[in-house]
Structures are given as C-alpha cells and as structure tokens.
Design a protein around this ligand. Structure first.
Ligand code: HEM
Length: 376
C-alpha cells in the first residue's frame, strides 16, 4: 500500500531555521538525560536515591534544585529519582531522538484504512491537547507532565478519541522506554506536521513525567461551539495573541471531525493529510452555510457540502482582528508556515521550566525525505 506520506505532494515550502552553532557549546549546562517510565517511586528506595545523589554530585541535579517550591518540587523530586535511574543507564543524544521520530513515521504510515490513511492528524491533536492546558498565571498544565495519561483528564470531553493517538505512541514508548511521555507526544506532533508537508517545527527534549496530582481541570481547551472572545480567553491564558490564534488554527487544514468524538463531522479541506494554507483560502473563497442536521452547530461549504468549519473556525473571518491575519495567511503560504512553525514550537514547550531543557536552542529533526536524500 502506498503510504499517505508517499502520496502527499512534494514538500511545498520549508521554513528552515539554521542549526544553532551555540548548541554544542552550551549543551553541557543543561540536563542531559530523560525520564524513565512513570512508575510512582517507592517511599524508601535507597539505591535510587543513592543514584540520584551521585547524579547530583555529577552536576546533573541542577534543574532539580532550580524548580519551584511546593507541589512542583515534590513532583520534581519524584521525577528526579526516575531521571537518576535513567541517567545511570543511558544518555540519549539527538540521534536517539531522531530514531524515535523515525519510528513514529513508520507507525503513522502504517494506518491502513484508518481515517484518510494517516495517523498524522490525530497525533498533532494529541500534542496540542497535551500542551494547550497551560495557564500562564498559575504556571500549571502544558506539555511537561503528560497528565492526559491520567483520569479524569484522559476522559475530558475535549480529549475524546485521543486514546487512539496515546495507544499508538505507547508502541513507540515500548521501544524507547527512556523517553518521557511529554517529549514523546510533542515529538510525535512535530513528526506528523513535518511529514505531512508542513514546515520544520523546532523541538527539544526535557519534559518530565508527572503524576495524577498534576492533571489539569476540565475546561482549559477551547469549546468549538463558542465565539471570538472565548478563543481569546483560552489562548491568552496560554500566553498567545490574536495572530498566533489564527496561525495555530491553520492546523485544521489537517484531519477531520468525528461524530463519535466531538460530535462534529467532516474534514476542513480536500487534502486532510497535507498541510497547506487551504484552510484560510477556503474560509474566504467558499460560501459557508449552517448545516441542517441533527448534530452540533457547524458550517458546510455550499458548493460541495463535503467540507466543514466549526463556529470557532468561522470567527477567523468575521472578527476584524483575526480576519487581517487569516487574509495574510490565505494569500501567502510561506508566511503561514513561518508563523505556524514559531507558534507550534512555543505551544509544545508550554509549562516546561527553562532549567529542564537539554539544550538552550531547539533542534530541527530531519524528515524521512531528507534522510533518504542524504543516503544517495
Ligand atoms: C482554535 C480552537 C480550536 C478548537 C475549538 C478546536 C476544535 C477541534 C475539534 C472539535 C476537532 C474534532 C475532533 C474530532 O472529532 O476528532 C478538532 C480536530 C483537530 N484539531 Fe482542533 N481545535 C482548535 C485548535 C487547534 C489547534 C491549535 C491545533 C493544532 C495546532 C488543532 C489541531 C487539530 C487537528 C490536527 C485535528 C484533527 C484530528 C483528527 O483528524 O483526528 N486544533 N479540533
């Protein structure tokens, strides 16, 4: 079977940020290991604490002491034990993360009859929902602790259907047990976007696994039935502005809505496994009418009635401030890719304390295509 990625047209535009030269020099100042699988540590595990102590002496405990007080510190301490354990065995390099990326490519391509033949879109949604819970005031939520593994967050209405993506990522985790879930899920999103002809998404490892106590309350993710102000409330809380709201929404060029997940139905574009600026073009170029059906309020294109827009998508061309950016992205895919890349990269880093990053500058992971070209 031809894979979705092979079917996808050649990469239309690639936003390339130059590989940071300072990276190698500054790397030593950052944590150089990732977390082990999230088993709640036993209260008295002398060997592990000894290991952690050794790691700390070696300078690896820097981030541990740099973290905030209170609950976060407790979690950090527990995760520190896990990290100490991981540090004893293995220090992953960029090449190791590239191997994880390549494994995700393999699984995404092996989607058979699932949706439009790719798990890519649902992986992007997992990475976004695990990051978009961030609250900049309380500094809670975000991609750091991968709390969607726990109830009730895993059962929040907004996360319906993401078990598909989490189960897929679990297969990767089995092969690469040293990677934290937060790193795995966000790297999965990066991989999916890049392989679906999207721009490079700068990414770096450093997220740690938290516990159920770190799970976020329901209601932090956007509600598609609402309007422009709701989007502002939700995304300003994460620290984004109007331009970034519009850029991030362009992810809806990918994938589709499922009646058994969100209740909505259908794809936004005719090429749901290739990232383009068609989402914005279609918003402006098509006539959108309310769908008459026994389901939640959504729009459909009058011409083919096969595409959809959520109420929150449609406000991007009715709200004056949003419209300006939507127009710019409809007219210029390179601009969309550039802004999308920057906003997604930041989204996937929400909630991660600076001291946890393994490197000061994010990396660019190589696409499958780039790696194949290198071999020739
Ligand atoms: C602006 C506010 C947003 C709202 C209200 C919203 C809402 C939704 C809804 C209702 C679905 C359908 C879920 C289903 O039935 O399977 C969906 C799917 C999706 N969303 Fe969003 N979303 C928003 C922003 C974003 C952002 C910021 C991203 C990524 C950067 C994103 C990426 C996706 C993707 C890729 C899908 C398709 C998933 C699939 O095909 O399984 N969304 N979104």
């Amino acid at each position: 079977m031809l894979s979705t990625f092979l079917r996808a047209p050649a990469r239309r535009a690639v936003f390339t940020a130059s590989f940071p030269k300072a990276l190698v020099r500054r790397q030593a100042a950052f944590r150089r290991f990732s977390t082990a699988p999230p088993s709640e540590p036993k209260k008295s595990n002398t060997a592990l604490y000894a290991a952690l102590g050794a790691a700390t002496v070696a300078g690896l405990g820097y981030w541990f002491y740099a973290s905030d007080a209170g609950r976060e510190a407790v979690t950090a301490a527990k995760s520190g034990v896990q990290s100490g354990k991981a540090a004893l065995n293995f220090t992953p390099t960029k090449e190791d993360y590239q191997k994880v990326y390549n494994k995700v490519v393999e699984l995404v391509e092996d989607a058979g009859d699932y949706d439009d033949g790719s798990y890519g879109p649902v992986l992007v949604r997992l990475a976004w929902h695990s990051s978009g819970t961030y609250d900049k005031e309380t500094k809670t939520g975000g991609s750091n602790y991968a709390t969607m593994r726990f109830e009730p967050e895993s059962t929040h209405g907004a996360n319906a259907g993401l078990n598909v993506a989490r189960d897929l990522m679990e297969k990767v985790k089995q092969e690469f047990p040293w990677i934290s879930y937060g790193d795995l899920w966000t790297l999965g999103g990066v991989c999916a976007i890049q392989e679906m002809s999207g721009p490079k998404i700068p990414w770096r490892p450093g997220r740690i696994d938290g516990f159920a106590a770190n799970a976020t309350p329901d209601g932090r993710l956007p509600d598609a039935t609402q309007g422009a102000d709701h989007l502002r409330n939700i995304f300003y809380r994460m620290g984004f502005n109007d331009q970034e709201i519009v850029a991030l929404s362009g992810a809806h060029a990918l994938g589709r809505c499922h009646p058994d997940r969100s209740g909505f139905d259908g794809p936004w574009t005719f090429s749901p496994t290739t990232l383009t600026n068609d989402y914005y073009k279609l918003l402006f170029d098509e006539k959108w009418v309310w769908k008459k059906w026994n389901g939640p309020k959504q729009l459909e294109d009058k011409k083919t009635r096969s595409l959809m827009m959520l109420p929150t998508d449609y406000v991007l061309i009715t709200d004056k401030s949003y419209k300006k950016f939507a127009r710019a992205y409809a007219d210029n895919q390179d601009l969309f890719f550039k802004d999308f890349s920057a906003a997604v990269s930041r989204l996937f880093e929400l909630g991660v304390p600076e001291s946890q990053w393994v490197t000061s500058e994010p990396w660019e992971m190589k696409t499958k295509e780039e790696q194949e070209a290198e071999k020739k």
